[in-house]
Design a protein around this ligand. Structure first.
Ligand SMILES: [Zn+2]
Ligand SMILES: [Zn+2]
Length: 165
């Protein structure tokens, strides 16, 4: 059995994973001892090693690799607060933009809106979606003439909406 496998077996988890976890715990302890354990983004204390992330004060990506290595550009933050941990979206003009937690990008508005303004898995906000539906109803001549079919589709939609709340 290789040394690596032996360590993995005795630790009960992958040796690489264990090493990373240990480094993080050690880093948190050192960060706490230096008094640098308040989050650079939100100011709250970072209390768990899993939550600790190395943050760059100035964005280095698409700017300069030197900023990545610049120790004076490093602060610590919660994983969730760290901008590089947040997802980015490509907007309808093809530019990358940051998508903060709790926001989605609407391709029709276009712009960032709170997740609550979207049905699940949609790239369009509810407003734009409804506008498009109304436009479609208008085009096929359903507007103003409520038929039995129309009522059914209306209640179907209500049911869908509940499901995606
Ligand atoms: Zn934070
Ligand atoms: Zn929209």
């Amino acid at each position: 059995m290789s040394n690596h496998n032996k360590k993995t077996e005795q630790l009960g988890l992958n040796f690489g994973t264990a090493q990373n976890r240990l480094k993080k715990q050690l880093m948190l302890q050192l960060v706490q001892q230096c008094g640098r354990d308040s989050c650079f983004r939100c100011g709250e204390l970072i209390t768990s090693a899993v939550d600790l992330s190395i943050d760059h004060k100035k964005d280095w990506l698409d700017v300069s690799p030197e900023l990545f290595w610049d120790l004076n550009n490093i602060e610590f933050s919660h994983r969730g607060c760290n901008s590089s941990c947040r997802s980015r979206v490509v907007n309808r003009y093809g530019a990358k933009m940051e998508r903060p937690d709790g926001f989605e990008y609407c391709f029709s508005c276009p712009g960032l809106k709170p997740v609550s303004e979207f049905w699940r898995n949609q790239q369009e906000c509810k407003l734009c979606k409804n506008a498009r539906n109304n436009e479609w109803r208008h085009r096929v001549g359903l507007r103003g003439k409520r038929t039995d079919n129309d009522v059914t589709s209306e209640s179907d939609r209500a049911r869908d909406n509940r499901g995606s709340g």
